[in-house]
Design a protein around this ligand. Structure first.
Ligand SMILES: Nc1ncnc2c1ncn2[C@@H]1O[C@H](COP(=O)(O)OP(=O)(O)OP(=O)(O)O)[C@@H](O)[C@H]1O
Ligand SMILES: [Mg+2]
Length: 225
């Protein structure tokens, strides 16, 4: 990758469904739009983010391209003067991994959301070892839907990632909040949510994740990936 090129293509991927790919793509796009121009590309045939964007009557702080064939990402390099970050929302994968592979071929970084449930583990590790690592795409897991009422949940899952599986992760995690589940219906994103007691946690978590991702997207030292 050309270190002078400012565009960063960030894929949000996990073969497991329902782990928060669309939630994280849209909410991260909103918070990153405070620092640069952001485009969200949805290559999911189910297009949950298309529906979310359609509900946003007040408009979104980023550009949105739904119903895209993954091949468009190759052409996106030509838009590097326009966009700082492109976030790609990808579908869960049953058999056909080709669309996600095409996205990963074009990606600078992959975010892998993981929810703390045993059934999510195997597909997550498979996504990383069979699709991401062979392409040498920099990546990190983000723990999502962490329940603060379960005292050891966060530390247990962090330890599994760090010591049992040896998978890179974000320091930031996203807690489980009803606001996240309501946001698509209301067409809300962190930058349009009213900041109050029930939304403060969501805004804080997503803002922190955005800062951490921005740090990771700085040009990598030569020879690293
Ligand atoms: N941190 C959270 N707190 C509460 N609800 C959440 C959180 N993250 C995601 N959800 C909810 O969980 C459901 C699944 O999330 P989402 O649609 O983002 O997952 P996905 O990985 O994109 O799913 P799919 O594989 O079907 O595309 C949605 O109803 C979403 O609102
Ligand atoms: Mg989705």
């Amino acid at each position: 990758m050309d270190a002078n090129q400012s565009l960063r293509i960030v894929a949000v991927v996990n073969q497991k469904g329902g782990v928060g790919k669309s939630t994280i793509a849209i909410q991260l796009a909103a918070t990153l739009s405070r620092r640069c121009r952001v485009l969200v590309v949805d290559v999911d045939p189910q297009q949950s983010s298309v529906w979310w964007a359609g509900n946003a009557r007040a408009g979104l702080p980023f550009d949105f391209a739904g119903r895209q064939h993954p091949n468009v990402l190759v052409r996106l390099r030509e838009l590097h003067a326009t966009y700082g970050v492109v976030l790609v929302d990808t579908p869960r994968m049953l058999e056909d991994t080709k669309p996600v592979e095409t996205v990963l071929d074009a990606a600078d970084f992959a975010i892998v959301p993981l929810t703390p449930e045993p059934l999510a583990v195997e597909p997550t590790i498979r996504t990383i070892t069979t699709l991401i690592e062979p392409r040498h795409v920099r990546h990190a897991v983000v723990l999502n839907r962490i329940d603060p009422r379960i005292p050891t949940q966060l530390s247990t899952w962090q330890a599994l990632l760090d010591f049992t599986w040896g998978i890179p992760r974000f320091d930031t995690h996203l807690r489980q909040y009803k606001t996240h589940a309501d946001a698509p219906v209301l067409g809300q994103v962190v930058t349009t949510l009213r900041d109050n007691r029930s939304t403060a946690g969501v805004i804080a978590d997503v803002t922190r994740l955005g800062h951490e991702l921005s740090g990771m997207l700085e040009p990598a030292p030569v020879g690293s990936w």
